[in-house]
Design a protein around this ligand. Structure first.
Ligand code: NDP
Length: 334
């Protein structure tokens, strides 16, 4: 049996070209040595940050090398073990990238120990990196208080949907921004957001004006670009903006130019803080425990968008940038 893996064959300029920038290759499967396990991938997570890893240049994390396996986290089954801690059949989360098999050190994986009543795929979503991002980014930076107004962009997505629902749990008024009528309906009817705007059909600046003046106490920014320019026109004095993601700009071939926000931040005495979830590692157990409880109590509803087929990884990845995913994007290996 051979391993299949997706490598980065070329650095994209602008929107990745799925034919030219990625290549599927085969490689040998290494037998585990003492202290190692062989993992067979069952689910792969597809996340917006992977676009950043395709670029060279300084960032908080190293880029994928040309010829290197595309980065990413998977759910895998241990199929061979020379580990004292992990046995055949154990399910693990592992950052082995876009590949079907990998032999890794036993300490490089995390055994999945979440509540058995919840789908195992949640370990890549609401009980994994996106859930922790939503919980910690929102509570640590936005610091919600009951009665305050929160705006969240990419509102129906893996991170945004959880941020908005935590906002509701905290007693806030929640306004989402999303990219289709179906997503808007989902945010209002299923997630119980107070409002949701469709940025593809509405003038966001104008729509926000209809809610009042300087009324946004917290903005959880998942997208950047013109949506954020519009939202920042309506922030309140002492408001807090958590800069979580800038997906509207990830495929830009040159830095986008926008309004200078410094004056708004000054006159509104407002905080704007970017964050990377890894910085809150010491608080992961707290986040996991709260999110599990909210899922079980029904206070948090969570949607996944699972595609079949390892062969389609690049094509499926691009759905994130076209707004074609509806919920946490995952790929199931056939
Ligand atoms: P989502 O599940 O929200 O999927 C991405 C969504 O972004 C799309 O479905 C689409 O929704 C929206 N989108 C795509 N392109 C654009 C665009 N040009 N303008 C506006 N919206 C766009 O992804 P995640 O929840 O996983 O990630 C959300 C954000 O959080 C990303 O920016 C990501 O990089 C960031 N992030 C940051 C972390 C951190 O530590 N700081 C950790 C994890 C994620 P729609 O149809 O509504 O437009």
């Amino acid at each position: 049996m051979k391993n299949k893996k997706w490598i980065l064959s070329k650095r994209p300029v602008g929107i990745p070209n799925i034919e030219e920038d990625f290549e599927m290759k085969e490689s040998e499967i290494k037998k585990p040595d003492f202290g190692e396990i062989l993992i067979k991938t069952q689910f792969l997570s597809l996340d917006p940050y992977m676009r950043g890893r395709m670029n060279s240049g300084p960032s908080y994390s190293k880029p994928v090398e040309i010829g290197g396996v595309m980065e990413g986290e998977v759910i895998g089954e241990v199929v061979e073990s020379k580990s004292k801690f992990l046995k055949v059949g154990d399910m693990v989360n592992a950052k082995i990238g876009w590949q079907e098999f990998s032999t890794v050190d036993e300490h490089q994986v995390i055994k999945i120990t979440q509540d058995q009543s919840l789908p195992i795929t949640y370990s890549l979503g609401v009980l994994g990196m996106p859930g922790r991002t939503a919980y910690l980014g929102f509570l640590e930076i936005c610091r919600p208080k009951p009665g305050e107004t929160l705006v969240v962009s990419a509102a129906s997505g893996a991170v945004g949907s959880i941020v908005g629902q935590i906002g509701k749990i905290m007693g806030c008024r929640v306004i989402g921004i999303a990219g289709s009528e179906e997503k808007v309906k989902y945010c209002k009817e299923i997630l119980h957001f107070d409002e949701c705007l469709n940025y593809k059909t509405e003038d966001i600046d104008k729509s926000l004006s209809s809610f009042g003046e300087d009324f946004i106490d917290m903005y959880f920014d998942n997208v950047g670009g013109e949506i954020s320019d519009a939202v920042l026109n309506h922030i309140s004095t002492f408001s807090r903006t958590a800069v979580c993601g800038q997906i509207a700009n990830y495929n830009a071939s040159s830095p986008p130019v926008g309004p200078r926000v410094a004056r708004t931040l000054l006159t509104k005495q407002s905080l704007m803080q970017g964050f990377i979830v890894f910085n809150f590692e010491h608080k992961y157990p707290q986040a996991m425990s709260a999110l599990s409880e909210w899922i079980k109590s029904g206070d948090i509803v969570y949607k996944e968008d699972i595609y079949k087929g390892f062969e389609n990884m690049p094509k499926t990845f691009m759905k994130l940038f076209e707004g074609e995913n509806f919920g946490k994007l995952l790929v199931k290996v056939n």
